[in-house]
Ligand binder design. Sequence first.
Ligand SMILES: Nc1ncnc2c1ncn2[C@@H]1O[C@H](COP(=O)(O)OP(=O)(O)OP(=O)(O)O)[C@@H](O)[C@H]1O
Ligand SMILES: [Mg+2]
Length: 266
Amino acid sequence: MPSNVPAIEVDGLTVRFPVRGGVLGKVKDYFTAVDGVSFALQQGEILSVVGESGCGKSTLAKSLVGLVPRASGVFKLFGKTVNGGMAGPSRVCDLVQMVFQDPFSSLNPRQTVTEILTAPLVARGVPFADAEKRALELLERVSMPAGSLQKFPHEFSGGQRQRLCIARSLMVSPKVLLCDEVTSALDVSVQAQILHLLDGLRNDLGLSILFISHDMQVVRALSDKVLVMYFGKVVETGNADEVLTCPQHDYTKKLLASVPVVKRFA
Ligand SMILES: Nc1ncnc2c1ncn2[C@@H]1O[C@H](COP(=O)(O)OP(=O)(O)OP(=O)(O)O)[C@@H](O)[C@H]1O
Ligand SMILES: [Mg+2]
């Protein structure tokens, strides 16, 4: 795969949700959650998507892994156009994995870590022993003890669970991670550990990361580029330093100005 081909290239991506009404719940209209979004995520790059709640960040990411249907637009993965969502010989989910905000609801409480981590490989026909070996390697990569394998999700802290979610997403050796508010549910010191882990994965494995966050401090610490969304549209995109220190669009200025400054109570 030539390194100058973007990991993800999106042109005019639009996602619409039906608005239902009346006694029979018929579709009355459509709500456009993502409206003609275009961007490129280069290989080995961390691109942050920012914007206020409800502007379409999660929907954008979900549409890339087929969790919500795309109404229109072109989506290219390493130069190849993706038409049929998750189907096809080189499936999108083999190359792109998504990690969600809430690490507890993302993990099946009835399964041990072994079952959780090995499932994606076993489902792809990999022998269990090989899948378990890889699970052990990845536990070490995300700084979790090997003894975690026999435990259940409730036996871990929030930060440890998020590490498990990241380990599970890496089991299929993806090239792209879509991280949707992965540090939002964590306290500041654990946030820093997860950010360090993601940066390490980018450097060591060459992963490309689409990082969704509303936390400007986190975005500043991690990103190469920033894409600002407002009501489903991209209003500004560019190098993180430039966008965060010298925003061009009024909305980006307001978004940065809205970062709360915490003062001591008198
Ligand atoms: N499955 C769905 N059906 C109908 N509307 C939806 C659906 N999912 C999202 N929406 C709507 O699409 C819009 C964008 O939602 P989305 O979850 O992408 O926002 P977001 O930017 O991720 O917000 P947050 O920062 O709060 O996570 C919202 O108005 C939401 O109500
Ligand atoms: Mg969201």
